[in-house]
Write a protein that binds this ligand. Structure first.
Ligand code: PMP
Length: 365
């Protein structure tokens, strides 16, 4: 077969075999950021402190990579329990990022006709995973101030009886923390599992972890990605052991690799740097927010995360002009009507934030 006939034959097979809703998708694209001020992906801008780097190097040097990793990631789970005060009564499941856990949880609860509900706009992977798993996706719009529309959520729960609800707490991409009483109302009304996704907990200092005992249908999802370890890919889910036992059946046998496991144990054993960096980011967040908010034509929304949402006069234009100046942020314009002309700007180092503020000041006169 020559290249053309081979390609045509493959395309024909794809058209016949791959579900139309998958064919209609485009793969998640990560913007190239070589040499740029990278403020687009909610990463922690600070590297590891030197002492942590040294203990990481020692720990990684000892890993027997000729062997498979511990499938249950027992040492990691013990470290997480100790570091984050996870009570013994609840199970912990580790994933290759919380992205993988979202996939596992969704696949476990998918059955023909069952619904997955989430507010909108929220983390896009909730909707994507509903589609992958063949679940019916129900999006409930947030109010225009980005708060949860509790009445609309409760009506949708009553109407759709969702097997699964995702609430990002705080929410991405809007940055705000939903009112605790609204989340409680959802937990009480939901006939299915409610995942409270606390990816940004370190910047919000609010959590449902201590409320697990009150709700049999609550799962708290976390990640180490936003607190300086995005490259390791580690997320964790905490819920009643009965839930975790089911999710474990869908987990790939060795889903968290040996280097990540060793790194996490080493880095969590001396972890004061995590809180120090999170505190510095919270402080910079306040400065960045107030400086940007004082510029003409920019409205900054309250945030409890490590990013700031700014509504500007022309988001696509400002995004492009910043990119020309080698500053990469996220353009949310076009994602959802509530995000018209919004940019999502991850809090960087003080120097990076200064560059961004100076560029915006020049471009938004
Ligand atoms: N949940 C939310 C709300 C997020 O914003 C993100 C990252 N963008 C994730 C989960 C996934 O995080 P990770 O896979 O890096 O753990």
């Amino acid at each position: 077969m020559n290249d053309r006939t081979h390609g045509a034959a493959a395309a024909q097979l794809v058209a016949g075999l791959v579900r139309p809703e998958i064919r209609a998708l485009s793969a998640y694209e990560v913007a190239k950021a070589e040499g740029m001020v990278k403020l687009d992906a909610m990463e922690n801008p600070h590297g590891l402190p030197e002492t942590a780097k040294a203990s990481l190097a020692t720990a990684l040097g000892r890993v027997p990579i000729n062997r498979y990793p511990d499938g249950g990631a027992d040492a990691v789970r013990a470290s997480l329990r100790e570091a984050f005060g996870i009570p013994d009564a609840f199970g912990v499941l580790c994933g290759n990022g919380s992205d993988e856990l979202i996939q596992i949880i969704t696949a476990t609860l998918a059955r023909p006709g069952s619904a997955l509900l989430a507010p909108e706009p929220s983390f896009v992977m909730y909707r994507m995973n509903a589609l992958y798993a063949g679940m019916r996706y129900v999006g409930v719009p947030l109010k225009s101030d980005f708060s949860l529309d509790a009445a609309a959520m409760l009506a949708a729960i009553d109407r759709e009886r969702p097997a699964l609800i995702y609430l990002a707490y705080p929410n991405n991409p809007t940055g705000n923390l939903f009112a605790e009483r609204d989340v409680e109302a959802v937990l009480r009304a939901a006939p299915g599992l409610v995942v409270v996704d606390e990816a940004y907990y370190a910047f919000a200092q609010a959590s449902f972890l201590s409320r697990l005992a009150e709700f049999a249908n609550l799962l708290v999802l976390r990640t180490v990605s936003k607190v300086g370890m995005a490259g390791l890919r580690l997320g964790y889910a905490v819920a009643a052991p009965e839930w975790i036992a089911e999710f474990n059946k869908l987990r790939q046998p060795y889903n968290v690799n040996a280097l990540t496991q060793a790194a996490i144990v080493a880095l969590l054993s001396e972890r004061s740097w995590i809180e120090e960096q999170a505190t510095a980011i919270r402080e910079e967040r306040a400065r960045l927010g107030s400086m940007l908010g004082s510029l003409p034509g920019i409205r900054v929304y309250p945030t409890q995360t490590n990013f700031v949402i700014a509504r500007v006069a022309d988001a696509p234009r400002l995004f492009a002009a910043l990119k020309e100046r080698r500053i990469l942020v996220k353009n949310l314009h076009g994602w959802h009507p509530l995000l018209e002309h919004c940019l999502r700007i991850t809090v960087g180092t003080p120097d990076e934030n200064d560059l961004l503020i100076a560029a915006c000041a020049e471009l938004c006169q």
